[in-house]
Design a binder for this molecule. Structure first.
Ligand code: 2AL
Length: 236
């Protein structure tokens, strides 16, 4: 089985870490390749970044289809291009926000999302609503750390840990969801320090794709998610 993990941003060091975290949790016989689009924003933390990332995500899905990929993970917590990717792919496509929030709902009464910049909070709240998980999502909390600084800020771990402790208290929640793919490598240490389940969407999504492929399940082609009709593009 081949799973393609698409990091929708173009920071290749982050793509490599995401790939390692995904490979650490899949079963034998599963190959994971982590890729980024050739062009696009270095991080995704605004609506413009989100929109700019989508063409590159769809190009990676189209390439994966020509290479026989069995399923895809979209490894950005905004799940950019998720529904469009489902139209293009023959195998399942799972976004890390949806996977993390659904997984967290198995594990407790309410979860807190701990994320990067405050400006991403609204989009995450919208996603919780869209996925029908607003009753479980008790709060979304920003650390103030820009995505690319998760890799370079020596205080990043301590800041995420403190924000998570505060979020659990403020929200009366019992599970933490990491709101950025760039936090994937912090997950195990946070879970051990916090003493509650901590869900990394990269691990949740890649194991979900593995399970769906193993079950022989993929996106229904019957209505909305059928392949879109080919049409001309006007280039100005
Ligand atoms: C993200 C993420 O997962 N990747 C990225 O570039 N931005 N999420 C976020 N909340 O900032």
């Amino acid at each position: 089985m081949e799973i393609r993990v698409i990091n929708p941003n173009t920071t290749l060091s982050m793509t490599a870490t995401i790939g390692e975290c995904a490979r650490a949790v899949v079963g034998p016989g599963v190959t994971v390749e982590a890729v980024s689009p050739e062009t696009g924003p270095v991080s995704i933390e605004s609506h413009v970044d989100d929109a700019m990332a989508v063409p590159g995500v769809l190009a990676e899905v189209a390439r994966g289809e020509s290479e026989g990929v069995d399923g895809y993970v979209l490894a950005c917590f905004g799940d950019p291009g998720l529904l469009a990717a489902r139209e293009l792919a023959s195998g399942p496509v799972v976004g890390i926000a949806e996977a993390a929030m659904r997984t967290a709902a198995y594990l407790g009464r309410g979860f807190s999302v701990v994320t990067t910049l405050a400006r991403t909070i609204g989009h995450t709240e919208d996603l919780a609503l869209e996925y029908g998980l607003e009753r479980h999502c008790r709060g979304v909390h920003a650390t103030g750390i820009p995505v690319v600084e998760l890799e370079t800020d020596p205080q990043a771990y301590a800041t995420v840990l403190e924000a998570s402790r505060q979020a659990l208290d403020d929200d009366g929640s019992d599970v933490v969801v990491l709101g950025c793919a760039g936090m994937a490598d912090l997950c195990a240490r946070l879970q051990s320090d916090l003493g509650v389940p901590v869900v990394d969407g990269v691990a949740a999504a890649v194991t979900q794709v593995e399970a769906l492929v193993r079950l022989g399940l993929s996106t229904s082609q019957r209505l909305e998610f059928a392949a879109p009709p080919a049409k001309g593009l006007v280039v100005g």
